[in-house]
Design a protein. Structure first.
Length: 256
């Protein structure tokens, strides 16, 4: 039986949770989280000790500013850790970053459909994550199952939570269109468009190892390619050197 949150109630919950950003000082990083991150998050494991300390501070800043709420299950510590790590990974190359277009992350226990209902046998399209628009603006919804899967499969090239946070980065110029105008210097925008459409054509001709969803639109290409970039950087660099260089410019700007 599907678990369904009535639409009116769901909107009320979102409005209730969309509180102003917290003003208190971020809490201290729990020492035992370090071992959990080493075990679960390869990006963190590959950083130097100094970089790991920066990563820890960024996680706590994110958790101080953004609400995380579980829907019909009790939020566990690991859920919080993985969400915060997902948020930090794509912006780690920046000196400072605040997700000004996000107030709340809602975690569903499983995949969900367009009606935001979920059970073990969701009919139609299974959605792993989305960033809300309209009355759901500044909200992110993630499947807990997809969140954990993104950090347990070491051989795949995907991570749902990173994917959704990249959508938020894409949206910083006011449009979620796969053109990271706030991340790339102006002279690289045209080359990015050429390269992106070349890679999308390869995907749609079954001539690329980038996930097929990346061929559906510019928006999804940017997010899917970014997942690959962060999850399997060495493989990505070997298979897609031009794209790797371009995404490096996005996520590790020269002034950082």
């Amino acid at each position: 039986m599907a678990y369904i949150i009535p639409f009116v109630l769901f909107v009320f919950v979102l409005l209730l949770l969309s509180r102003k950003r917290k003003k208190e000082q971020p809490k201290s990083f729990p020492v035992h989280w370090h071992e959990i991150l080493l075990k679960r998050v390869s990006f963190y494991k590959k950083r130097t000790k100094e970089q790991q300390q920066v990563f820890q501070k960024r996680m706590m800043l994110f958790l101080n500013e953004i609400n995380i709420e579980a829907v019909q299950f009790e939020l566990e510590e690991l859920d919080t850790i993985l969400i915060a790590a997902s948020a930090v990974i794509p912006v780690f190359g920046f000196k400072e970053w605040h997700y000004n277009n996000l107030s709340t992350v809602l975690i569903y226990p499983d995949y969900f459909d367009e009606n935001l209902s979920f059970d073990a046998d969701v009919q139609g399209r299974k959605i792993a994550g989305l960033v809300g628009t309209g009355r759901f603006k500044n909200q992110m919804i993630l499947s807990r199952k997809a969140l954990h899967h993104g950090f347990t499969n070491a051989t795949d090239k995907g991570n749902t939570a990173i994917h959704e946070f990249v959508h938020l980065l894409d949206n910083t110029d006011g449009m979620t269109d796969g053109i990271p105008e706030r991340l790339l210097e102006h002279q690289y925008i045209a080359p990015w468009l050429v390269l992106m459409h070349k890679e999308m054509e390869a995907i749609n001709n079954d001539a690329s190892d980038i996930r097929s969803y990346g061929g559906t639109s510019q928006t999804e290409f940017f997010a899917v390619a970014s997942e690959y970039f962060f999850e399997r950087p060495d493989l990505f660099k070997r298979k897609h050197p031009e794209l790797y260089e371009m995404l490096s410019r996005c996520f590790t700007p020269a002034e950082a």
